[in-house]
Design a protein around this ligand. Structure first.
Ligand code: C5P
Length: 312
């Protein structure tokens, strides 16, 4: 009898966007990174990434933000696949990567990091590596500060440069509305603006606030709305003064809290229910101050295999 060994041909993984419910920025360290204390929440806005065995490396992107994605070696997704292949000494490692992009690019929602996390999980499956979670998290941290969280998902405290994760006691489901900008903001530029605005002031070592911890433990969206805080908000507003009108509009239309997401320019609003979120989307769209709105629930899982491995 003839047996044909079935080999996995492709694997699809979806990875979520994040919002920082709290982002405290500390002093600039010698490696060019700021010490952070942040509370990440993964939200149900996803990129879907498919990796397929191929003869040459390639990245193709579809979806609403396809045009803004860097290609070739600049793409963090390609770097993720190459890093994993090198680390695990995978011989047949060439893959084509297809990204269905629904997370805004350079939007402060970890879009590129989500793709990198998705590629790590997808290649792990495609190549049959069955890697240890800790080892994957270590590799993720080498790719970017937000990549480990995109792997982990849920709600977590990030420290160090954001890559060191610790669990948080949290309850409830939260309904977010995101006001998106048609043009992204560069993360290093926003951190540099933070440095410029804080020059000469003493910057405290950042740590999670008791108000945030209590709010997450209670599961009460009003308490979480009150506790939202982001030290990168002022620098983002300084670079994009128009975002202030967006924040004001959301709060005026009844959001429980509003905050620039990460390094921006996305503005995240917390609402009390999915109906409330829908109402806020309608009001923001009608106001004309926002380029585009979307809504999503959190917390959600980190990068997860959707389909595959499909077999030849
Ligand atoms: O880690 P990631 O590649 O996402 O960081 C992008 C840039 O953002 C860094 O090169 C640095 O300029 C800035 N950054 C920082 N402090 C952090 C995280 C990022 O200054 N904790």
């Amino acid at each position: 009898m003839n047996f044909v060994t079935a080999t996995p041909r492709s694997v699809t993984v979806r990875a979520p966007a994040k919002v920082n419910c709290e982002l405290r920025v500390g002093p600039l360290g010698r490696a060019g990174f700021h010490e952070l204390s942040t509370v990440f929440m993964a939200v149900g806005l996803y990129d879907e990434v498919t990796v397929t065995h191929a003869d040459r490396w390639s990245v193709t992107t579809t979806g609403p933000y396809a045009a803004h994605v860097p290609d070739g070696e600049d793409n963090l997704a390609v770097r993720a696949a190459r890093l994993l292949a090198r680390h695990m000494r995978v011989t047949r490692s060439v893959v084509s990567i297809r990204i269905d992009k629904h997370i805004p690019v350079a939007g402060g929602m970890a879009g590129g990091s989500a793709d990198a996390a998705a590629v790590l999980v997808a290649c792990d499956h495609l190549w049959g590596l069955r890697m240890d979670r800790e080892e994957l998290l270590d590799l993720a941290a080498r790719l970017g500060s937000d990549v480990p969280f995109c792997l982990a998902g849920g709600i977590a405290i990030g420290s160090g440069r954001g890559e060191r994760l610790a669990p948080v006691l949290a309850r409830g489901t939260y309904h977010w509305v995101f006001a998106l900008s048609s043009e992204g903001l560069s993360t290093p530029t926003v951190f540099a603006e933070f440095d410029r605005l804080t020059v000469g002031s003493r910057i405290a070592q950042p740590e999670p606030s008791p108000a945030m911890m209590t709010a997450l433990r209670s599961g009460d969206p009003e308490a979480l709305g009150d506790a939202l805080v982001n030290d990168l908000q002022e620098p983002a507003l300084s670079l994009r003064p128009g975002l202030r009108a967006v924040l004001d509009a959301g709060l005026e239309f009844g959001a429980l809290g509003g905050i620039v997401s990460g390094s921006g320019p996305t503005v995240a609003f917390l609402t009390g229910s999915s109906e409330h979120a829908l109402d806020l989307c309608v009001a923001l769209t009608a106001s004309g101050v926002v380029d585009q709105v979307t809504r999503a629930k959190g917390p959600v899982h980190g990068a997860q295999v959707l389909a595959g491995p499909s077999r030849d």
